[in-house]
Design a protein around this ligand. Sequence first.
Ligand code: ADQ
Length: 473
Amino acid sequence: MDQESSFVVVANRLPVDRVTTDAGSEWRRSPGGLVTALHPVLSGQKATWVGWTGAAADRHENDLEATEPFELDGIRIRPVPIFQGEIERYYEGFSNSSLWPLYHDAVESPVFKRRWWDEYRKVNKRFADAAAEVAGPGATVWVQDYQLQLVPAMLRAARPDLRIGFFLHIPFPPVELFMQLPRRADVLQGLLGADLVGFQRPLNAHNFLQLTRHVLGLRPRGDCVELPDGRLVFAGAFPISIDVAEMEKLAASDEVVQRAAKFRADLGKPKTIILGVDRLDYTKGIERRLKIFRELLAEGRLSVPDTVMVQVATPSRERIEQYRSLRVKVEREVGRINGEYGRVGVPAVHYLHQSYSRTDLAALYRAADVMTVTPLRDGMNLVAKEYVAARVDNAGTLVLSEFAGAAAELRQAFLCNPHDLDNVKDSMLRAIHTEGADAARRMRIMRRHLKTHDVQAWAESFLTALDRTGRTA
Ligand code: ADQ
């Protein structure tokens, strides 16, 4: 399928998983917001998704086989092989130990190693080559996220005929933090290969444009910057969302309603269930949230078994030291709380280091009384939006960090500053004790907002803006 797609998505991960079956193994579509959002665009035209399978490529395997395109559920897939050493340096190294912490306000110290950069560039080139290979003349290519910031410029060098968009799912840091990044000019030049660079928040776009001035001496004006060759690069905010209709339907289903009732019963029918659902990541503020719960129990402002906490923490990036030590700290805190405040058969915190099905997640959302989303920094946070969409009963309250992108939209949540523990405590108590009518009013307003700001609207607004670029130059 050489150079025949009119629309190409380039993302670190493919929207498919390799699953083992009785007959051997096969590809299955993995559930995910991005693939849902793009499905209408992907299936409505000749389109290809370029990405990594998630498993280390085998050096002995025939190269051709590892990159052989295939089709699944109407989506064409072009795998990009990544070898073990590259996973360590491109993915775990530069992407997740340098960029991830730096872009999240350096809440953990970023680690920089010179050899990681070479592999980051090498793997980015492989993605760019694959995209150049499948894109038809004048095609639109949409590159996703921080792992692939060099792809836009590499792709433009090979294929100046393409319209290229880039979307960053995580925050983009202010000038003083970004300046720490080794190869900062190369990263900015990489992004400037796009016609449109999209961010979650206007401030992220502003930071990016300021940096083109600060690092590269360009002169950004309004929402764009002109390059020395006269080309215009636009930057803007496109807050991502979820498939609201799908979550509402799932949450209203009999199966979810029954499972939610079962969760409540299994938890001993407490008055208040406080819920947290996060990837086990140091940006999500899980450890502090547990500490706050412990203090509220210690002060007698909450008590077991009237109140219990459920914390689902999806395993994540377990080969990286900072994630391993986070797990130890979280589990130690859970043990401490249960040791001090649990009773036989009634733990204070139910801690689940597991991945859950969509149905179980929806049931947990519906079983909760108070949802706590308290990241120290987060691009958007889809869990907050999923919870709101799932509350088709207009019940339940949301405690939400001001440092999550979602706080700009979900204004009726109980907003808090996760760096100020007393402030989070107050927000949690207010969320627990608020009147039913007030809680319902808040939830209704947030749900109404989400209905018109779903993931389909997000994709459409980005692609419409991308389509307008170039013509105005
Ligand atoms: P993440 O950091 O992964 O995403 P988030 O936006 O909350 O954070 O998305 C997590 C997703 O994983 C949600 O859809 C959630 O349902 C799912 N999930 C969480 N725990 C789970 C579990 N135990 N089992 C199954 N599924 C689970 C990055 C950025 C965010 C940004 C998104 C999208 O860090 O800021 O919102 O990309 O752009």
